[in-house]
Write a protein that binds this ligand. Sequence first.
Ligand SMILES: CC(C)(COP(=O)(O)OP(=O)(O)OC[C@H]1O[C@@H](n2cnc3c(N)ncnc32)[C@H](O)[C@@H]1OP(=O)(O)O)[C@@H](O)C(=O)NCCC(=O)NCCS
Length: 507
Amino acid sequence: MGSTVATVMTQPVVTAHPDETLRQVADRMQQHGIGSVVVVDDGNRPVGILTERDLLRATAAAADPETTPAAEWMAPEPQCVDPDATIDDAWRQLAEHGYRHIPVVVGEELKGIISMRDLMASARLRPADELAVAAPPGLKGVVVAETALGDVRGNEGFYHYRQYAAPELAEKRSFEDVWHLLIDGELPTPAEHEAFTAEVAPLRRLPAEVLDALPRIAHDVGTPVAGLRTALSLLAGVEGLPPSLDVDRTRLRADALRLSAATPTIVAALHRLRHGAEPVAPRDDLAYAANYLHMLDCSEPDPRKVRAIEQYLILGVDHGFNASTFVARAVTSTGADLGAVVVAALCSLSGPLHGGSPSRALDTLDAIGSPDNAADWVRNAVAHGDRIMGFGHAVYRTADPRSVLLRGVVEEIGGELGRFAIQVEGEVERTLAELKPDRELRTNIEWYAAVVMDRCGLPRDLFTPTFAASRMIGWCAHALEQHADNRIIRPSSRYVGPPPPQPVPTP
Ligand SMILES: CC(C)(COP(=O)(O)OP(=O)(O)OC[C@H]1O[C@@H](n2cnc3c(N)ncnc32)[C@H](O)[C@@H]1OP(=O)(O)O)[C@@H](O)C(=O)NCCC(=O)NCCS
């Protein structure tokens, strides 16, 4: 087996001229069953690469395929490789720059093309670890995507949505404003706020097919999270959400607003049905948070509680590349419909190590019973290998900024339970510092979120679905971003079983 680019490159190469139209190039790609062409000048020198993705972007931007030249949409000045380069060099170039194809040139003239697929085929013939890059367990610290949506700086205790600190947004803006920021890229002007609010309010209403199915879902499907998952899947099916691969941004944005706006209605309706009450219809005159509380108990919502829950919801919208966000992007990368994306993300969120634990934080408070008991209780739990729910974070190595803000909210509206949670926080942190001196185990969002939600009248089993309603905004924003520049997410694994192929025993 040879190990140079020349041995695995594809020849001849399908090419296009920069002046050819998108239509001509698209027809050629289809004719040859390929996903990209090398654009060459009159001297057969590569001047660009045009891929199916570029064609999709051009279509989404309403470029006329009959008149627009390839030169306008190709990626110019492609990185090229020499036929004598080693396969490992070519692999590194592809991996470093995120390319899928590299033209092979002698001098400046195009001689062939080498693709990720050619290299994978060659890699399969070699010991896996020659080319594989081993990632740490849990992919900790591995950058797997670029995003303009936000980030978490664990050592500083800071996170942001686009260019704004998230807690500052929670202090100064409404949920709708932050929703607009994530989906449309900017904080809205007052007029845009009005327009956006008017756009999303009617999307809260559920179609008859879903409303009719909710009683059965409420009674037959285990938990409220499972009910939400089932109902979201039904809504996406009833409304015929198309694969994201086949739609433009406008349609995907519409699907995103629809699913996000409908989520609180589903959560509230399922909750009421489970308790023998009829669902309360959403009210267009109320903003997102107020309407959610209204749909839960049909009362005129208390403005202090509305603001408390709104701040919590804002803080939960997005938080770096957490497990469910990764899932949302991975599912989007396959071109699946947005219903599939959010249902998969919700399944990931429902685990107790991610979003499924806020109610357990209250259970912990119940079990501790009194502040004097906290240290012993924690020692005993840790001795049994248990984790204290509401403490610790995969990224923060200092106070979780969400917990800091919500602690302030709890100081205002938390009552007796809030005072207790604050006292216990100190005791638990001191004890964990003693037991796990190498770790910085502080409260995460869920410790005070649990108190806020309890004080706003939400029962424990609604904590995770409420968190999910907020995180829907982040998942959808990530889906839109992934869709705008998609590449299927397809990592590798290391096979560690018995060496294959072994003879299959005859029965
Ligand atoms: C969130 C969480 C999964 C992050 O984990 P992580 O930073 O990757 O930490 P690790 O799983 O690597 O654990 C590191 C050490 O800290 C300990 N630890 C982490 N969180 C702990 C907790 N809440 N209580 C007790 N010990 C904890 C682990 O047992 C481990 O100890 P060891 O090194 O002696 O084995 C973890 O802190 C946790 O399980 N918290 C409780 C659940 C929770 O509140 N989830 C909501 C997150 S927003």
